[in-house]
Design a protein around this ligand. Sequence first.
Ligand code: ZN
Length: 272
Amino acid sequence: MEIDDIPRLPVNTETHKFNDWIIVYHKSHILKSMCPNNHKCIKDDDSGNCCELCFYEHTLELPHLPEMVFSKNKLTLTHKNGAKIEFNPLDALARVANRGKSTIRVACAEEWKSSRGESANLQEVKPFDWSFTTDYEGTFNEKIRCEDTDAKLDIFKLMRKEHILFYHDLSLFEDELHDHGIASCSVKIRVMPSGFFILLSYFLRVDGVLIRMNGTRFHYETGNDYILKEYTSREAKFETIKHIPPAVYTTPSEIEKHLSITLKKTQKMFFD
Ligand SMILES: [Zn+2]
């Protein structure tokens, strides 16, 4: 690696070449909450006049969007053979259920309702997932082939002190649940001489009710023809973690180990 490859000050876009991969991030302002055409934009209008807000609303059909959608934020990794992995807020939000079928969701909304008293009318069980829970694992093109594996993510290898060639942290969306906690989705990447590591994470904290995390970790080791991907869902009710200092609740990496794993799957993503 040349001296030019060391991380520079944040800019709106940056490209980093690592072995046969081109890693690019784009970063910009949040989605505007006003439509310049008074919500009359037509999504498939060839004129290209559809505003971004209407595009999101028409595409996702959610009753409302998170308070902050970082619509321009995107992380893309492209291999020289054409394999492509991308992380963007539109695809993350497309994995939010809006048909109201999950019992967990309803139970959670009920708890939230009781935590605030019966008089508040905001907590009616809504026909969509107000927590924006997403099981998004990234967006892959057809050159990527995923296979289940018994291999495990090597945490010790990842914790090893190593020179960092490139690092970036991008928010995809965030919502403060009307001041009752937080729902956020973000992606982080770290490139080291031995490979790269990506953490895509969805974090939900409904104060007094529960904490939920859906995290996808990607580890590529130089020389491999695959990326190891591990998806984990974790959750805990507040009553089961009340012995833990509240300050820990706001630090996803700290609270994570106190949550129960509800789902875990590991796959190899072959790209060559
Ligand atoms: Zn519009």
